[in-house]
Design a binder for this molecule. Structure first.
Ligand code: NCD
Length: 360
């Protein structure tokens, strides 16, 4: 399968220097937005949002409008032909023929990559189920670069739903690529980070600690990344209810933290950060959401101009294997090939990165 367009599915498909260039461009646009008002004149961006979104969708849309381009798309698949049973391939094929860049959010892991296979324009992953959310990570990296001045030598606490929180997975994969970052993974045993992320931290030689108490960890942190408990991804409501109120950042806990702690949250917040914390100068989550628009402007511009780019699919078919992850696109869209990559002696699914494989 030949890849005719650049795609942005996983930040780690690109080298760290490329991320740094993007962050620099984001900062340049932030400082001089008027220089870019015509940069995408005549271009169309489509947003296909199969899952609810406020920030990701609207920041992409306002990014394109601020670059002088136009937008089409849906935010409720039930108002499109998806409600008539159209598969991902056909929707993507058609919408990509109307547009210059396609932004997709989907509840199933690997859906953005699957869409990219049949798209006739660049595809950007705006969140694929509980798997990845690379444009949120760009937002997080830009926030840290602008507000802390560095992306290395940081002690980063990630707190809450580390199991289903895709923003956490993408952020760990990114920050592990900068030197001397330490990770404190704060969650209940039920919501611990997936094994493949732990393996990645170990392979990269990153120091990490699994911790259950936010209070015990907060004083050592340079960055605290709070997350929402991802209600919609739990197998049952009872399991969600048992987890939902365990972590809450309050002014009392903030009083234990460093004076230059950066508190980030991808938002939306439910109850995990008390409203009173918003007035603390260390609470950066609203600023973070605003940086998200500027880094997405940088991403759109870069994707539309890119001449050289990585290969989309690197896996191989293996007649003895299939992916058995019920939340993977390969098990939902039956026309897709089952592709596998070898990672430290294990075969992992190209789409969802899970090791859950069995003989056909
Ligand atoms: C996050 C998401 O959709 O994964 N939100 C976002 O994109 N800013 C986090 C969340 O929904 O909790």
């Amino acid at each position: 399968m030949e890849m005719k367009y650049p795609h942005f599915i996983d930040l780690n498909d690109y080298p760290v220097e490329w991320w740094n260039r993007l962050i620099k461009l984001g900062a340049e646009i932030y400082a001089h937005p008027q220089r870019y008002v015509q940069a995408c004149a005549g271009k169309i961006m489509a947003t296909l949002f199969y899952e609810p979104s406020t920030r990701t969708q609207m920041s992409f849309q306002s990014a394109m409008i601020r670059l002088g381009g136009s937008i089409i798309g849906f935010d409720n698949p039930m108002s499109s032909s998806v409600s008539k049973g159209e598969n991902l391939k056909d929707t993507t094929k058609v919408v990509s023929s109307y547009s210059d860049i396609l932004i997709i959010r989907h509840p199933i892991a690997g859906a953005a990559k699957a869409a990219a296979i049949s798209a006739d324009c660049p595809v950007v992953n705006a969140g694929d189920g509980g798997h990845l959310h690379p444009t949120q990570t760009l937002t997080d990296l830009m926030t840290l670069r602008m507000e802390k001045g560095r992306l290395d030598n940081l002690t980063i606490g990630l707190c809450g739903d580390l199991l289903y929180g895709r923003t956490v997975h993408s952020l760990c994969k990114a920050l592990a690529c900068y030197p001397n970052n330490r990770f404190v993974l704060i969650s209940t045993p039920e919501l611990q980070i997936p094994d493949y992320i732990i393996k990645m931290l170990e392979e990269k030689g990153c120091s990490y600690r699994i911790e259950s108490s936010l209070e015990a960890a907060i004083s050592e942190l340079d960055v605290l990344y709070m997350t929402r408990i991802q209600r919609e991804r739990f197998p049952s409501e009872a399991e969600y209810l048992a987890q939902k109120d365990i972590y809450r950042l309050t002014p009392e806990k903030m009083s234990l933290a460093k004076p230059d702690l950066a508190v980030l949250h991808p938002l939306p917040r439910v109850d995990e950060i008390a409203i009173e914390v918003d007035d603390d100068a260390r609470a950066l989550y609203f600023k973070q959401a605003q940086y998200g628009m500027y880094i997405r402007m940088a991403l759109i511009l870069t994707m539309l101009e890119m001449k050289e780019y990585p290969q989309l699919l690197r896996g191989k078919e293996d007649s003895g294997l299939c992916c058995v992850n019920s939340k993977c696109v390969a098990t939902h869209e039956h026309y897709l090939p089952h592709l596998f990559l070898e990672e430290s002696g294990h075969m992992v699914c190209e789409f969802c990165e899970e090791r859950a494989l069995e003989q056909k």
